[in-house]
Ligand binder design. Structure first.
Ligand code: SF4
Ligand code: SF4
Length: 382
């Protein structure tokens, strides 16, 4: 189950954003230097990435995440979990458990490097299938620099843990993947007959969150048949909007991975289309420069989108600091081979999640900055 933070959604929505040539140059001439100073001043961040070389030379990841398990309690029609055609599978590993030393070591390195928000999620699996998931969140929050924990869940098992326990665990961001409005649709898409239970769990956690003063930012990520109008006009939708607001409810729209051909359009919600594979992948994928992804056995994987042996690099336990793990020689080779020799890992050649790394500097373009300044001035003078 891929995690999509708000930040991530922004990178995706700016997919086609134009990046001026001078920001793509690896040289650091006067125009680059000047523009960097302006942008960094504006963001009040001396390390804000502005040019492509800033992305390549960044000593630390934007964020860090650990895989917790690879077991799921749903059988979603649109997901590669547990599907196999000939020798193609979405996860070639056995069902396995998290190595707690790996987990604690990753947290320690992240904390020592300054910390931030920590992503705790399976790549293909359900977090609450691990009865200890709340203990893992609690452990993460013991580190003073781990300022938050984000999780992704299908909410099927929430009643087993209790909404209050989940919300008071130290969790700060929760994305719930589900399908609402019809038990037939839910069963067809999630592969299990649990609609009433899931709906109760979701309403309970949203209502409890409001009662507790919203300690957790909850986002509903819906998978719905088209057209959406019957659902958007329903009393259930209106109730959800009252509880969390419109901006916390999103419907995945035509952005479906095919998991290397394991998923076809028949497996998607009605009326949806698969993502189209980019033809040009000249620039390395943004995922290689964004998040440090640690698998259950400590393997550092180049991206969080799929389980891809092609992108398995060194083990986090071999590193004493986060920067050396992030810049490990195998991962650097993947990045540099792609950038300089146009050698693209096989899994990335066919991956429909590909987004150019330049998206990571899309909020530093003159056009973006101009808009930002304009809206700031508007706020001051109106
Ligand atoms: S909940 Fe569905 S989408 Fe998520 S991992 Fe399980 S089967 Fe896949
Ligand atoms: S192309 Fe796909 S598999 Fe490769 S790094 Fe990007 S998201 Fe990951």
């Amino acid at each position: 189950m891929e995690d999509l933070s708000n930040e991530e959604i922004n990178y995706r929505s700016s997919h086609l954003q134009f990046i001026p040539k001078f920001m793509l140059s690896k040289k650091d001439y006067l125009p680059q230097k000047l523009w960097k100073s302006i942008v960094r001043l504006l963001y009040k961040n001396p390390n804000h990435p502005v040019t492509i070389s800033d992305i390549f030379s960044k000593p630390l990841p934007i964020n860090v995440g650990a895989e917790i398990n690879n077991v799921c309690n749903a059988k979603c029609s649109f997901c590669g979990y547990d599907k196999q055609v000939n020798d193609i599978t979405a996860d070639p590993r056995k069902k396995t458990k998290l190595n707690r030393n790996v987990f604690s070591h990753t947290l320690q390195l992240y904390n020592d490097a300054g910390g931030g928000n920590f992503f705790l999620s399976p790549i293909l699996g359900e977090i609450s299938s691990d009865p200890k998931w709340l203990d893992l969140i609690k452990e993460a929050r013991l580190y003073p620099n781990i300022s938050g924990v984000s999780c992704f869940s299908n909410a099927i098992l929430f009643d087993r843990f209790g909404s209050e326990n989940i919300l008071k665990s130290g969790l700060t961001n929760l994305a719930i993947s589900t399908s609402l409005g019809s038990s037939e649709q839910y069963k067809r898409l999630y592969g299990v007959d649990k609609y009433d239970k899931v709906l109760n769990n979701i309403l309970d956690i949203l209502e409890t969150n409001v009662k507790l003063g919203n300690p957790v930012s909850i986002h509903l990520m819906l998978r719905q048949d088209k057209p959406y109008d019957p659902f958007l006009n329903s009393s259930l939708y209106k109730k959800l909007v009252k509880l969390i607001g419109k901006n916390k409810i999103s419907i995945l729209d035509d952005e479906w991975d095919d998991y290397n051909g394991l998923i076809s359009e028949n497996n998607l919600p009605k009326g949806h289309k698969l993502l189209i594979n980019e033809t040009s992948k000249e620039i390395p994928c943004y995922a290689l420069f964004r998040k440090l992804v640690v698998l259950m056995d400590g393997t550092i994987q180049g991206c969080a989108c799929r389980v891809e042996p092609d992108l398995w690099t060194d083990n986090i336990l071999n590193h004493k600091d986060l920067s050396s793990a992030w810049k490990n020689s195998k991962l650097e080779k993947i990045r540099n081979d792609w950038s300089e020799k146009k050698l693209i890992p096989n899994s990335c050649k066919t991956c429909t999640h590909y987004i150019p790394a330049t998206n990571l500097i899309s909020n530093s373009t003159p056009k973006y900055i101009y808009k930002k300044i304009k809206s700031k001035l508007k706020n001051i003078y109106t």
